[in-house]
Design a protein. Structure first.
Length: 256
């Protein structure tokens, strides 16, 4: 008889627990999927992929809003709204850089949103630990099982928070590596550019030109905010312009 009572007691409590936590778990899944698409958009290198992944994230944000409202996590709910609004602006962005600006902000907000939903879930689990104890042996066994379940859930949340921390560090490392790559790219292009100018000036001098091309010494640190393709295109245009000036000066030279 006690075994039958214990079975029904466990079933009832477990059903109530699932009803309360299901929206939070669903919201967590929605946000993780949304973050995955936002991250793909942030790492894209063209406007088509940027807008494609941005659009994919919108459905997950909308589903997350519904589940967050049921879950009762207001902070995460507000962050999800802010992130979705930013991703909505990507489609109308006129340039890749403008769209990526919105994606970058949404990416940071989504990370914070995931952290908040995990905090809410952890608080719900703590409340469950305070549920009323039963007097008989069956109730004691159920409480023990519930506490063990809560302990495992807290460990899972701790691992998830650790994972988020690692993701942030990896993103920061990638950003740093990309910045160093851009610095080296700019330095190499300036070196090649001035080598070309020096060669052109030697030719002009050989043929008696009274003028020469100016050495390139402009501070191009502002280019570090651009992507690699834009930086290459920038120096290609300068090279074309210098070669055009060189050709004009060379055409003025005469052999006596």
């Amino acid at each position: 008889m006690k075994k039958i009572y214990l079975f029904f007691f466990i079933f009832i409590v477990y059903s109530e627990f699932q009803a309360q936590n299901s929206p939070c778990a669903d919201a967590d899944s929605n946000l993780i999927y949304a973050y995955s698409n936002v991250k793909d958009a942030y790492e894209s290198n063209n406007v088509q992929h940027l807008k494609y992944y941005s659009d994919k994230s919108l459905k997950s944000f909308e589903e997350a809003k519904v589940n967050l409202k049921k879950c009762g996590c207001e902070t995460a709910f507000e962050l999800a709204i802010n992130a979705k609004e930013l991703m909505t602006k990507v489609e109308a962005a006129s340039t890749f850089e403008d769209g990526r600006f919105f994606v970058k902000r949404a990416k940071e907000i989504t990370q914070n949103c995931i952290t908040e939903i995990n905090k809410c879930t952890l608080q719900i689990n703590k409340k469950e630990e305070k549920m009323a104890t039963v007097q008989d042996k069956g109730g004691d066994e159920l409480k023990s099982l519930q506490l063990e379940k809560d302990k495992l859930e807290q460990q899972r949340l701790a691992l998830k928070l650790k994972e988020e921390e690692i993701i942030k560090k990896l993103d920061a490392q990638k950003s740093k590596e990309l910045q160093l790559q851009k610095e080296a790219l700019i330095k190499d292009h300036i070196t090649v550019l001035n080598l070309n100018i020096t060669t052109c000036n030697k030719v002009l001098k050989t043929y008696g030109s009274a003028t020469e091309l100016a050495i390139y010494n402009k501070n191009d640190s502002a280019l570090l905010s651009e992507n690699v393709e834009t930086i290459k295109a920038y120096y290609l245009n300068i090279t074309k312009d210098i070669n055009s000036q060189y050709t004009e000066k060379l055409n003025l030279c005469k052999v006596n």
